[in-house]
Ligand binder design. Structure first.
Ligand code: TXA
Ligand code: MG
Length: 308
């Protein structure tokens, strides 16, 4: 891992060209999506993908999500049955990732799928990621643009704090709209399995999160601040920074109005902010456990899980 200068640039024609040139030269570039910032590299180039792992300091080779500009590009890489096609048509472009069988001969570096016979595909809606996909003409592998095990970034400054000196360029597209990583659904012979709850609700997917079957990268403490996190807090205790919700006003409040959409968009920024405070611990008010609230609570449980 070489240390290098990290440029943070607002997105425009010139920085898009610069980012595309870096991608085609096999370098990773941090780029906003509608969910979180991703660290994107050419999915057809194994060395480029290896640089993602090096920059993140990932201990093992977890499979990565491959981003493509549209359904036709997704079909070139993965095999879609009727149910997968229906989900794609309903939710793409958008924050849904589909795990489907990898097509034989698809130009995806083996490191991207970690040798699995399946591939995770997503058509993102964000104009910056869309522009990068179309300008490079390459499928882009992109995990969240944070050091391994840390909170996902929803702003360019989060990426800089985590990966500064380890990536050449961060495209700054402002705060991300959704704030949580995409919903991941595996489409297999056994039906639909929810591997990660997220912004898209798929009611007929079998719940497997927290169970024995999970996305390989979903370690219990995968979204961890460095400070201990206490859940279901109703008030601030000594030495704590309180993140509020609804009627419980905190030092930061996810949504005073009790909106789950607003809370999701603010969650990771609030955790990043709390982690940077001169306090001993972080307390978080409870969030209703339905719809988007289930994805929020999934991330909160991981933030609170003991770190091994
Ligand atoms: O919103 C998002 O999904 C963001 C943005 C950048 O698109 N990306 C993201 O990637 O969250 P990452 O690498 O942090 O999470 C990818 C998850 C991991 O838990 C990984 O194990 C799972 O997807 N995954 C990837 N390929 C898989 C496969 N073939 N089978 C099962 N799980 C897979
Ligand atoms: Mg991640």
């Amino acid at each position: 891992m070489t240390v290098q200068d990290t440029a943070v640039r607002p997105f425009d024609e010139a920085t898009l060209a610069e980012a595309a040139a870096l991608i085609l030269a096999g370098q990773p570039v941090a780029v906003p999506t509608e969910t979180v910032y991703g660290l994107a590299a050419d999915a057809t180039n194994g060395e480029a993908v290896a640089r993602i792992y090096a920059a993140k300091g990932r201990p093992s080779f977890n499979p990565l999500i491959v981003h493509v500009p549209d359904f036709a590009a997704a079909e070139a890489l993965g095999a879609f049955d009727e149910r997968a096609r229906e989900l794609a048509q309903r939710h793409w472009p958008g924050p849904l990732t589909l795990v489907v069988p990898l097509r034989a001969g698809a130009p995806v570096a083996p490191l991207v799928t970690a040798g699995l016979p399946t591939v995770a595909l997503r058509v993102p809606a964000h104009p910056v990621m869309q522009a990068l996909l179309r300008t490079t003409g390459r499928p882009l592998a992109a995990p969240s643009a944070n050091a391994s095990g840390r909170i996902s970034p929803t702003r360019a400054e989060h990426v800089l704090a985590s990966l500064g000196g380890r990536v050449p360029l961060i495209l700054d597209g402002g705060a991300t709209e959704r704030g949580l990583e995409s919903t991941i659904v595996a489409v297999g012979r056994g039906g639909l399995r929810l591997l990660r709850p997220g912004p898209v609700q798929v009611p007929d997917a079998e719940q497997v999160t927290g169970g024995p079957v999970h996305a390989p990268g979903m370690l219990a403490s995968h979204y961890a601040p460095t400070k201990p996190v206490r859940l279901n807090a109703t008030e601030r205790q000594a030495g704590e920074w309180l993140i509020g919700f609804g009627p419980i006003a905190g030092d930061d409040t996810l949504s005073a109005a009790g909106s789950l959409e607003e809370a999701a968009a603010n969650l990771f920024a609030a955790l990043h902010h709390a982690d940077a405070q001169p306090v001993d611990a972080i307390a978080v008010a409870s969030v209703p456990d339905h719809e988007l609230g289930r994805a929020i609570n999934d991330r909160l449980r991981r933030a609170a899980a003991d770190k091994e």
